[in-house]
Design a binder for this molecule. Structure first.
Ligand code: SF4
Length: 363
């Protein structure tokens, strides 16, 4: 797997999707020797299960451990720290990590109990988990989701679970963006496998999941977040820590040089079911057998337009879904290749939210 590869898979079975990604990235060729310390860093920011849209699906963690152990790796750890005020141990408990620990003999490291070493990048000094600093190969397993302060969270911000609570407080005092970039300059992930199955629309603590039934893998955390931002309909300028991380040498924001590989079609899956608080956005849609990835991207696009008071400028409900294949109606507007017979249609399968926004603004 090259540094500019982004490998995407669609589906609703996280175990199978993870296995497909590990095969496609030729996992073994990336790994160090068999005695190496390997850390898996899920997102357990709060003690809720993955259906909330906040935390990593534990099936992804299990699939990676099984794959690593089949290859002969034994020094595997699961490392995480909940946000300040919440319990990592409770996050481990409600997500079944105690059973994972016992079944696979993989220790759970609560970074809140860890020792730390000070790292200084530019003017920022932070306390980074010694377990993370001693790790030879760090696999980050973030959830791609909205965030009320930084707009979005994915690979770069997932590293915040690798520092002391004192440093987390400092990061908030410093406005998050520069410290997040600096943290990744001190230590970033060697491989990122993103859980983009049902990340929350706008809050990292979940509660309003949007099904997109997608996962993707990259080796570059900056490229990862740049791609993730486009899927959620953000411009890079909306999330300053991504560009700052590039400036600090963590990776590249240049999606034009990314090699996006799609392992399967979104249409292999069940149609999306509009739900939750996002239903006020769904009023602007006319879905017919829409794939989750496509529909989820449209919901994110509508959310971005709502944030700038442009939602009510959309003159018609937006058609989306496989039910529009072969439909020719000059008065309707749609997104996705399935709607190409309509009066106006945005190509792509699925189109990214950032492209949907540009299209909807022109209507
Ligand atoms: S364009 Fe059609 S087939 Fe492709 S993701 Fe959208 S709804 Fe599914």
């Amino acid at each position: 797997m090259n540094k500019n590869d982004i490998i995407t898979v669609y589906g609703s079975n996280p175990t199978k999707m993870t296995e497909s990604l590990l095969q496609a990235i030729d996992f073994e060729t990336l790994l160090p020797d068999k005695n190496a310390f390997i850390a898996l860093k899920p997102n357990l920011v709060v003690a809720v299960t993955a259906d909330s849209g906040a935390t990593t699906h534990p099936e992804i963690v299990i699939a990676i451990i099984e794959h690593l152990q089949t290859l002969g790796y034994r020094n595997i750890r699961i490392v995480e720290s909940a946000w300040v005020g919440d319990s990592t141990k409770e996050g481990f408990r409600v997500n079944g990590y105690h059973q994972i620990r016992d079944r696979y003999s993989v220790p759970l490291i609560d970074v809140k109990d860890d020792s730390y070493s000070k790292k200084t990048i530019g003017k920022i000094t932070m306390e980074v988990s010694d377990t993370i600093l001693e790790t030879d190969f760090l696999i980050s397993l973030p959830v791609l989701k909205g965030h009320c302060q930084t707009a979005m969270t994915c690979a770069l911000k997932n590293m915040k679970g690798c520092i002391s609570d004192r440093s987390k407080r400092l990061f908030h005092t410093l406005g998050l963006h520069e410290p997040i970039a600096a943290l990744n300059a001190a230590r970033s992930a060697d491989l990122v496998i993103v859980d983009s199955l049902n990340g929350d629309l706008d809050f990292e603590e979940g509660g309003n999941p949007v099904e997109t039934n997608r996962m993707f893998a990259t080796r570059d955390s900056v490229l990862c977040d740049s791609y993730g931002a486009s899927l959620l309909g953000f411009e890079l300028r909306d999330i300053p820590y991504i560009g700052l991380a590039q400036e600090m040498g963590v990776g590249s924001t240049d999606l034009s040089k990314a090699n996006v590989i799609q392992l399967n079609e979104p249409s292999d899956e069940e149609p999306a079911k509009p739900s939750g608080r996002a239903s006020y956005l769904a009023k602007h849609t006319e879905p017919d057998s829409a794939c989750s990835a496509c529909y989820g991207n449209l919901i994110h696009a509508l959310k971005r337009l709502d944030e700038v008071d442009r939602l009510d400028d959309i003159p018609v409900a937006i058609c989306i879904g496989q039910g529009y294949k072969g439909v020719n109606d000059p008065n309707k507007v749609g997104v996705g290749i399935c709607t190409r017979g309509l009066g106006k249609s945005l190509p792509g399968c699925p189109p990214k939210a950032i492209d949907m926004i540009a299209f909807l603004k022109e209507l």
